[in-house]
Design a binder for this molecule. Structure first.
Ligand code: FDA
Length: 307
């Protein structure tokens, strides 16, 4: 029951100011967002890739209010890609982007977000890697899918995310499960109304399996974004049934969550990609992690009172 309350707080400026200013917040944030700058994050990229893991990098930020901020977000990704060039890791380190951070919600935002994301996709392709468009709240998705389609004309490897909790997702999955596509399936992290999304965990889990089956039986490249042990086992079974080899799908998990499982799956020969967020504007990302697991909130509150 706490999840929706925390997700509502994730949209509140007052809560943002309160939580961001609390002295202990930083320690808890570090568990999920292990750096603020490119220089902080490069050693982490080297460490995780040396352990056989792959990465998708998220420069945190969303809900920007000016085109200048959107341009700064683009430049932050370009600076990251510039650093990645020297590491020569190719597709082992890809990028995840939120179009809201590229200006999608501003006036003329669809065109602005496309104009800002395109150079990032181009720069990623130039170093042999790619970009995945994250899925945000349901009102943004038609624009996200249209931008995805546009980018794929020149960069077919550009990925996108679909969310099992939305009623629309089975149809999206059918459309997207075509040769050459890369699709990450997640449960969904936003507060969505009952008109558009399943609300009960068991309904979301069942929808996840239905959509996963579509992706596995399709011709694209499924990316299983979940920490749920049951879904991971089902994904392996569905991949087997569909005759997929180990390199014809991948698992993805968030940095700071079930780290042992990342290593276990990689050691079994699976492609395992860690979604690694960094940057200073971490509030929205952090609050969604708290909302996903009440124990995170308890840990956070305890560390505030024990100081
Ligand atoms: P579930 O929430 O049932 O968790 C299963 C188990 O995993 C828990 O019991 C716990 O052990 C562990 N766990 C999960 N979340 C945890 C947390 N925050 N802290 C500690 N332990 C936790 N969403 C979205 O709407 N758009 C997007 O683009 C993305 N992108 C994305 C990328 C990747 C790589 C992942 C893994 C997830 C996302 N998400 C996302 C988030 C996703 O929608 C979902 O909220 C979380 O993955 C939690 O759901 P699980 O499938 O992990 O299951």
């Amino acid at each position: 029951m706490l999840g929706p309350v925390i997700l509502a707080a994730s949209r509140s400026d007052r809560m943002r100011r309160l939580i961001s200013a609390a002295p202990v917040t930083k320690q808890v944030v570090d568990r999920f967002i292990p750096g603020e700058t490119v220089d902080d994050i490069v050693p982490i990229i080297k460490d995780l890739t040396a352990k056989g893991l792959e990465l998708t990098m998220d420069v945190v930020g969303e809900d920007i209010t000016t085109p200048e901020q959107a341009g700064a977000a683009r430049d932050a990704y370009l600076a990251l890609i510039d650093h990645l060039k020297d590491l020569e890791l190719g597709e082992r380190v890809e990028m995840s982007v939120k179009l809201s951070m590229f200006g999608q919600a501003l006036p003329g935002g669809h065109e602005l977000a496309l104009a800002n994301v395109r150079p990032v996709v181009e720069a990623a392709a130039a170093i042999g890697t790619t970009v995945t468009l994250d899925a945000e709240d349901h009102t943004t998705l038609d624009s996200m899918f249209a931008i995805h389609e546009e980018l794929r004309k020149d960069f077919p490897q550009t990925g996108c995310v679909i969310q099992a909790y939305l009623f629309r997702t089975e149809a999206d999955a059918r459309r997207l499960a075509a040769a050459g596509s890369r699709v990450r399936l997640v449960k969904g992290a936003y507060k969505e109304p009952a008109e558009v999304a399943y609300q009960q965990r068991h309904e979301i889990d069942k929808a996840y399996v239905r959509v996963l089956r579509i992706l596995m039986e399709g011709e694209g490249y499924p990316m299983i974004g979940s920490h749920d042990p049951r879904l991971i086992a089902i994904a392996q079974e569905l991949a087997h049934q569909a005759g997929r080899k180990l390199d014809e799908y991948e698992f993805q998990m968030l940095y700071g969550i079930r780290g042992e499982e990342h290593l276990r799956l990689a050691a079994e020969g699976h492609r395992m990609r860690v979604y690694t967020a960094y940057g200073t504007d971490w509030y929205g990302y952090f609050m969604r992690r708290l909302a996903e697991k009440p124990a995170n909130l308890r840990f956070f509150l305890r560390s505030m009172v024990s100081k």
